[in-house]
Design a protein around this ligand. Structure first.
Ligand SMILES: [Zn+2]
Length: 438
């Protein structure tokens, strides 16, 4: 008997060392939740005047509200903009000693690829090699382009069937947050403060978060659960501006245009030719910013060009704006008859500017990942997140991994381990905040 006890004790110690869970399983697995959510089409649409941009996002919002109620959360509501809010009450003797932590994921999927009739395929016990998607053999998840597959031997990999995206972005995040709530419900011995939950529409078209009720949400800090590779934590985004350059010429009938017509297109072409080749999205990566002419009109009378400016550092962003203005001066000197103007607007700022004042947010997240047996690392996002906007509205919000890969395309995938380890990380994270408040 005694030796059995000692043996069991050793097993418990060994498993905690390996980062295994020591709590009762959730009522429903994170994988089963994920498979249910991806079946619901929630694709958002660009350039709509309403929020949500597509009515069908309410289908998932209403389902989640029902499930949140069944899980025992409080204050469950779906706002007129399709945002789902709920509160998980803390279970500490004095919950006011622990900050209210928010968890946010988005319900919509990218407008880039259809999210209708998603058929998730589970590639059980993956044994290596490229993964051909069954309904379209031209869609192949290759090891060459996805070297992380080498670390996923024995895992169950989840993909779409080749005709749609999977919707791991961001139904993984939703399934993980829901399962965290489930685990906390099954395990009252896991101590945590009050948690605020929100699921938002229209992240992919950048408009849903404008309708977010930061005050009503009531969190002191929050995390978006919307990242990719296991362990990836982000507290940095681009600082972003958009420039519009207008070339004003003069149009007239080409038959009688001599000495009158001023064709603005040549000035536009000259300006485009001045972009430095080593400062473009197609030639940069990591922490290096870019300028990106992405759309324009070529016309005799008026030609225009829109340009994205992106950099992690404000000084780098300023330098890029100066470059674009200097290029205007150079083209202007060459085409004195064309009236050239440049207008630069601010889009969003690097959330690190604020988050550097709250280092505990990333520290706690990294500790939570380690407890779940995942190696954490910080990765700046070459884009913006809903969190960057919330951070500047007074709710500091870094981003956490979901285990997903290849967002916005047919080659999107996640895995059973990816979903489970991300969920475990969240369960550890809420406990770490409770521990540290003591
Ligand atoms: Zn996302």
């Amino acid at each position: 008997m005694k030796s059995i006890l000692v043996f069991l004790l050793c097993v418990v110690i060994a498993s905690s060392v390996q980062g295994q869970t020591q709590w009762k399983s959730p009522g429903e697995s994170v994988l089963d939740r994920f498979l249910r959510y991806v079946k619901i089409d929630t694709q958002s649409q660009e350039d709509q005047s309403t929020t949500p941009s597509t009515k069908k996002q309410f289908n998932l919002a209403n389902l989640l509200a029902k499930e949140l109620t069944a899980l025992g959360t409080q204050n469950v509501r779906v706002s007129e903009f399709g945002i789902v809010y709920a509160t998980v009450p803390g279970n500490l003797p004095d919950n006011s000693k622990v900050p209210v932590i928010g968890f946010i994921s988005h319900m919509d999927t990218s407008p880039a690829v259809s999210g209708e009739n998603v058929n998730a395929v589970i590639h059980k016990n993956y044994q290596g090699g490229d993964i051909v998607l069954p309904k379209d053999p031209s869609q192949v998840i290759t090891v060459a382009k996805n070297p992380l597959l080498k670390e996923m031997i024995g895992d169950d990999i989840i993909t779409a069937d080749g005709t749609t995206l999977l919707g791991s972005d961001d139904k993984s995040g939703i399934a993980e947050i829901m399962t965290m709530i489930d685990v906390l419900k099954q395990n009252p011995q896991l101590k945590h403060g009050t948690l605020a939950i929100a699921f938002t529409p229209d992240e992919e078209v950048g408009t849903g978060i404008e309708k977010f009720d930061v005050k009503g949400f009531g969190a002191k800090f929050a995390y978006t659960v919307d990242g990719e590779e296991l362990g990836e934590i982000s507290d940095e985004t681009w600082s972003a501006r958009t420039a519009t350059v207008t070339f004003q010429g003069k149009s007239t009938h080409p038959g009688t245009a001599k000495g009158i017509m001023i064709n603005a297109m040549y000035a536009l072409a000259d300006y485009l030719g001045r972009f430095p080749h080593d400062m473009l999205p197609e030639t940069t990566e990591g922490r290096v910013g870019f300028v990106h002419p992405y759309i324009g009109t070529a016309d005799v009378e008026t030609s225009t060009l829109k340009i994205l400016l992106r950099d992690f550092d404000m000084s780098g962003l300023e330098a890029k704006e100066k470059l674009l203005r200097d290029m205007v001066a150079q083209t202007q000197a060459k085409f004195p008859e064309v009236k050239i103007s440049i207008d630069v607007k601010e889009n969003y700022k690097n959330m690190k500017v604020v988050l550097k004042n709250f280092p505990q947010l990333t520290e706690n997240a990294m500790e939570a990942a380690r407890r779940a047996g995942v190696k954490p690392f910080l990765k700046p996002i070459r884009g913006g997140t809903d969190g960057s906007q919330l951070t500047f509205e007074g709710l500091p919000t870094p981003d956490l991994f979901t285990g997903g890969h290849n967002f916005h395309g047919k080659l999107e995938f996640n895995s059973r381990r990816g979903l489970e380890k991300s969920t475990e990380t969240l369960v550890h994270l809420v406990q770490i905040f409770a521990e540290k408040a003591k």
